[in-house]
Design a protein around this ligand. Structure first.
Ligand SMILES: C[S@@+](CC[C@H](N)C(=O)[O-])C[C@H]1O[C@@H](n2cnc3c(N)ncnc32)[C@H](O)[C@@H]1O
Length: 368
């Protein structure tokens, strides 16, 4: 048997296994047009995709291909397949069924995807939720850590527009904070909601000379003790005039007992949050805008970063790692803020530069 014959036999076996996996899902679909569309998606897009990944995986294992050479093919094939998957999701408009299709997709891709430290972490969610501080550190470090096919999967995630936007978001936040610190406020309080690994602050302080004559207090909150401990450790040597409070809170605590937490948090000049709002359902988000706004001093700013659903659909994180967000656009977020009961404010939107995936909403409390 020749090398080509061996590949063909292996591909036929994989094709047949993948066809068996989708069969029970197809059986559940009564509408024949829909059934056919799902079948065609699986047979024409998903199966050739996994055969491509499998071939690349084998070539890398044999040493006949370097992971760096294969990365572009993996990214191209992934994007093309998931765009078809997205169309099927829109057509089906059936969350239960689409969940089964995505679960089957992930099971089918596990032997390739889980070779990536990043995909494994994002998929397994050791903290119980997606987007923990370690996931973000990987995106910020922007360096593949996995071997073999895992390298290609690491790269596919790091090169994804979402990862680029996350890095840009952090850079935009650094600029906003730097401009505040450059004013050398006499006394100022800044609250960072869901600080994670505080990469924005770490880079801000290491890259810039901060000369304060006054005192700036940063209060960092996160529901993850590990994230807070990591941040505390990394920020142990702040510039002159800066001090930190680290508080292990969940933002949902604020909604249950607002007065109690208002006392603990105290008045703030800036309240900001990057990387949390997209995970919060609409009602909670609305109530939190009201709560955070109530903490502001006159002239203070509430700054919230949010993904713009007009420019972003999180296909790779969703299909590969079951990592999804509440999709909203600028008008949705402005609408939520304006219906939160807050008064006497100016609201501005700043689009994050490069990818336009993320925007910043700033709500400034008018001075009395
Ligand atoms: C995507 S990370 C963003 C971290 C950081 N702000 C950044 O941009 O690098 C999300 C963070 O939100 C935290 N988080 C998730 N749900 C939370 C909640 N209900 N209350 C407080 N923090 C939460 C997670 O622990 C994680 O550190």
């Amino acid at each position: 048997m020749s090398f080509t014959d061996t590949c063909d036999v292996k591909d036929i076996e994989l094709k047949s296994l993948l066809e068996k996996r989708i069969a029970p899902i197809l059986d559940e679909i009564n509408d024949t047009t829909m059934k056919e569309k799902v079948r065609v998606f699986w047979v024409d897009s998903v199966i050739p995709y996994f055969i491509t990944l499998d071939t690349i995986d084998q070539e890398i294992r044999k040493g006949s291909m370097e992971p760096t050479e294969a990365t572009d093919d993996v990214i191209r094939a992934t994007n093309a397949t998931l765009e078809e998957g997205d169309k099927i999701e829109a057509l089906l408009d059936n969350p239960t069924l689409i969940k089964k299709i995505k679960d089957t997709f992930r099971i089918s891709g596990a032997s390739y995807g889980l070779q990536s430290d990043f995909v494994r972490h994002a998929f397994e969610k050791p903290g119980g939720y997606p987007g923990d501080y370690e996931t973000l550190e990987f995106i910020y470090n922007n360096k593949p850590t996995s071997k073999g096919f895992g390298y290609c999967a690491d790269e596919a995630f790091l090169a994804n527009d979402y990862a680029k936007a996350v890095r840009n978001r952090k850079d935009t936040m650094k600029k906003l904070l730097l401009s505040h610190l450059r004013k050398d406020p006499k006394e100022s309080s800044i609250l960072n909601i869901a600080c994670g690994a505080s990469r924005d602050l770490r880079e801000l302080f290491s890259e810039n000379e901060i000369n304060l004559t006054g005192q700036v207090t940063f209060t960092l909150i996160d529901k993850s003790k590990d994230a807070l401990n990591f941040s505390r450790d990394q920020l142990s040597n702040p510039p002159q005039g800066i001090d930190f409070r680290f508080l292990n809170h969940s933002v949902y605590d604020y909604l249950k007992n607002p007065d109690y937490y208002r006392d603990i948090l105290g008045k703030q000049d800036i309240v900001y949050s990057i990387g949390l709002a997209d995970y919060i359902p609409e009602k909670g988000f609305r109530d939190l805008v009201g709560f955070f706004y109530s903490l502001l001093n006159p002239g203070g700013q509430l700054i919230i970063a949010h993904k713009d659903s007009k420019h972003y659909h999180p296909l790779t994180p969703d299909w590969w790692a079951d990592w999804s967000f509440h999709l909203r656009d600028i008008d949705d977020v402005i609408g939520i803020a304006k219906s939160s009961g807050i008064e006497h404010f100016d609201l501005t939107i700043e689009q994050e530069d490069d990818t336009n995936i993320i925007f910043f909403m700033t709500i400034q409390k008018k001075s009395a």
